[in-house]
Design a binder for this molecule. Structure first.
Ligand code: NAG
Ligand code: NAG
Ligand code: NAG
Ligand code: ZN
Length: 480
């Protein structure tokens, strides 16, 4: 345990619980020393034990203390996504062992099959990281900023990474009026035949075409990878911008970090005077297998982006106008630690944006071949009221889906949730990730277990939630 005379700074790592921030009085030791949520864990700076000892209760008591040297550079958190037992092969265990071995020695170990060889030849000669903490499924280390932005290329399959900010950030709980707004939507929710007709007019063949463009399976797009640093990600960004603009949205490419593909941000202005905005999103960047250029991202997250596009195309076809502002956003930099959405959520927060609801679609396509179609909602990260709203809307408009919860966590909705915007994620499974092609160069849309009908059913849910939350009108010549 910690000795109170220690001159060192510690980090405290403990299961994240939003309730910690909303207790009365607000625990300043926690709110002023927060670094964010990483793999469902909250990380805090722990400098003044007397201050903290008052606050450590419940789940926080089981936290780990991590000593921090004075000269840390960029802190990087890595963890294994929640994966189904079927994915825990001996090859996977070997990959993870090799990776943790690299972290322990501080140098990239020669030869793991999963590792990107370009990165290996560039960085293998000298120590590049200092390990601060590790478990069999997570680690925290310090490295150069430059290397930190490329760290997804040395991760074993199924592992994710995120960068800690240079100094603590505030966690913003969802303000009471915003939470009440969601509660009132939930309370007044009932079947609307017009919404049903709209969401059921999403075109399945169009979705099949769109995903094949994004993965390069159509042989026309030429996209080999949509990794944030790849040429294909720029092709995808420009194509998405055009397709969304074709539907009447105003779009822009918003760069957020040098070298990264930009966010694609599209907006339909409200037909009435309001600053309320409903935001739906996915991420168009992808990751492949290490050592391979190809990163088709058919499920992760071509499926979520295809859903978004299907919604936009239906908005245009049915002549829908909204009574709040509506934003459709395709993020980049998700695979390097939610970088695109963190930048955009921060901009929205700084601009005092009134985002009344945010729903991220990430991985909608896969379920095991013997399983029924599903909708998974996050167990830990996000607003529980929004998750309930989405779950109830699913029961109404997509009864073919079995709704449940997933421990798989931390897509772009987390960036909005951390800043007090009511947010959730829609996911493919009421359980952990089971897609054997997760973060794999074989993540194509033509394969066993890839269910475009499930993608469409979940798109119906995301769309119906948007229509309920925003309110809408149809053009007069729409023939329901
Ligand atoms: C946000 O929009 C909602 C819905 O129109 C409105 O009730 C609320 O007052 C707005 N909140 C802020 C902070 O502007
Ligand atoms: C948004 O509109 C509400 C009234 O509907 C107003 O109270 C609030 O100040 C507005 N917010 C901004 C950032 O303009
Ligand atoms: C739908 O709402 C009811 C309460 O209104 C709740 O008990 C139920 O769990 C909700 N369903 C889902 C899937 O969230
Ligand atoms: Zn994803």
């Amino acid at each position: 345990m910690l000795t109170h005379s220690s001159p060192l700074t510690f980090l405290l790592l403990a299961p994240f619980d939003a309730a910690v921030f909303t207790s009365d009085p607000v625990p300043r030791c926690l709110t002023d020393n927060f670094y964010g949520i990483y793999g469902g864990q909250g990380i805090f700076r722990f400098q003044d034990p007397s201050c903290f000892s008052m606050q450590l209760s419940g789940s926080m008591e089981s936290g780990s203390f991590i000593p921090m040297s004075q000269d840390v550079q960029q802190l990087v958190w890595v963890h294994e996504a929640s994966i189904d037992d079927s994915l825990k092969t001996s090859q996977h265990e070997t990959d993870v062992y090799d990776f943790l071995q690299s972290l322990t020695t501080g140098k990239l170990a020669a030869g793991p099959d999963y590792m990107n060889q370009e990165i290996f030849s560039e960085y293998s000669s000298e120590p590049i990281f200092e390990l601060l903490h590790s478990t069999p499924t997570s680690a925290l280390f310090s490295t150069s900023r430059e290397f930190a932005l490329k760290v997804d290329r040395i991760l074993p399959p199924f592992w994710k990474s995120a960068l800690l900010p240079a100094s603590p950030v505030s966690f913003i709980p969802i303000p009471a009026p915003a939470a009440d707004h969601v509660k009132s939507l939930l309370k007044s929710l009932k079947f609307d035949p017009v919404i049903s007709s709209i969401v059921n007019s999403i075109s399945f063949p169009q979705m099949k075409n769109d995903i094949r463009f994004l993965t390069g399976e159509d042989g026309i797009s030429g996209i080999v990878s949509r990794h944030s640093f790849s040429a294909g990600s720029r092709v995808a960004a420009n194509w998405l911008l055009q397709r969304f603009e074709d539907t009447g949205a105003k779009c822009e490419l918003r760069p957020f970090l040098d070298g990264f593909a930009p966010n694609v941000v599209c907006r339909y202005a409200s037909s009435v005077d309001t600053n309320a905005t409903v935001l739906i999103s996915g991420h168009y960047d992808s990751r492949g297998s290490f050592g391979y250029q190809r990163a088709p991202g058919g499920n992760d997250d071509g499926s979520g982006v295809t859903a978004l596009l299907a919604i936009a195309r239906t908005i245009a076809r049915r002549g829908i106008t909204f009574r709040t502002n509506v934003e459709l956003v395709a993020f980049a930099g998700e695979e390097q630690g939610l970088l695109g959405s963190k930048a955009y959520a921060r901009e929205m927060y700084d601009a005092d944006a009134n985002i009344t609801l945010m729903i991220q679609a990430d991985m909608l396509a896969y379920h095991a071949p013997f399983e029924a179609p599903q909708l998974g909602l996050p167990l830990s990260i996000g607003s529980t009221d929004v998750a309930q709203l989405v779950g109830n809307i699913s029961e109404i408009y997509s009864p073919e889906l079995t709704v449940g919860f997933t421990p798989a966590c931390c897509s772009d909705h987390q960036s909005f949730f951390e800043l007090g915007f009511p947010s959730t994620q829609v996911f493919e499974r009421a359980g952990p990730i089971a897609d054997p092609m997760y973060h794999n160069s074989g993540d194509l849309s033509e394969r066993s277990g890839y269910d475009m009908h499930q993608v469409r059913s979940i798109a119906k849910v995301q769309f119906a939630t948007l229509l309920h939350a925003s309110g809408f009108d149809l053009s007069e010549d729409d023939l329901q």
